[in-house]
Design a protein around this ligand. Structure first.
Ligand SMILES: O=C(O)COP(=O)(O)O
Ligand SMILES: [Mg+2]
Length: 227
């Protein structure tokens, strides 16, 4: 089935922030924002799905101009615009793993108020850390911007399922665009999963479509292709 079959069928897009809407320095691509606003004007609904903390996700969403739920903390939180929060993760096991890890190796924890996970500086020796906390029911996800200690059953994919139901949509109505390993479930649950070209090969393999371009240019490419 060709991708053109999806044209006019897709109702919504879920977009990752860092490395997808932004470049590697976290500068947002304004042309991609313009493109997102253009399809919003046509009635396409836009959800941001990010590993960032909820207030950051909400701020970016507000400034782009979407009033839809945001998926934050890698799917641990889905927040509706009026501030109603759906908590899909449990931080306790992350805390236990973190306390154990900090006894063993030096780690730099983000000083923020995450509700369902813990974010660490990306300079961490991730393979060593994974071995050290392998007995805990958590996983480490490296996004290229941070390393997250998150519950195994939390994902942006589950977050999108929740967001879609709050929007009276189905996840299959969504195209999802992402750049890193915290996007893999997001790309898998969506109707069409799109990896930007700066994604690791594992994400590209999980995607239905891999963009030729990188970062925000790839968001523009995906929108032009699918909407
Ligand atoms: O929080 C991160 O580490 C990356 O954020 P992202 O999911 O928006 O790319
Ligand atoms: Mg990203």
């Amino acid at each position: 089935m060709g991708y053109f079959c999806f044209r006019d069928k897709m109702k919504a897009i879920a977009v990752d922030i860092d490395g997808t809407l932004t470049d590697e320095e976290r500068k947002i691509n304004l042309d991609a924002v313009r493109e997102i606003r253009r399809i919003m004007d046509k009635g396409v609904r836009v959800v941001l799905a990010t590993g960032n903390i909820t207030c950051f996700a909400r701020s970016v969403s507000t400034m782009i101009g979407t009033n839809e739920p945001v998926v934050a903390e890698n799917g641990g939180i889905v927040e509706v615009k009026d501030g109603e929060k759906h908590v899909l993760g449990d931080k306790r096991e992350c805390n236990r793993a973190f306390r154990f890890l900090r006894e063993e190796i030096e780690i730099n924890r983000f000083n923020d108020d995450r509700k369902t996970e813990i974010a660490l500086g990306k300079e961490l020796d991730i393979e060593k850390a994974r071995r050290l906390i392998s007995d805990f029911d958590v996983e480490l996800v490296d996004t290229g911007f941070a390393v997250h200690i998150k519950c195994k059953d939390v994902s942006k994919g589950k977050g999108l399922v929740k967001a879609a139901s709050l929007m009276d949509l189905d996840v299959s109505d969504f195209i999802a665009v992402g750049d890193s390993m915290n996007d893999i479930e997001l790309l898998k649950v969506a109707g069409v999963g799109v990896a930007v070209n700066n994604s690791p090969s594992q994400l590209k393999k999980a995607a239905d479509h891999v963009c030729r371009s990188e970062f925000g240019e790839a968001v523009i490419e995906a929108i032009d292709y699918f909407f």
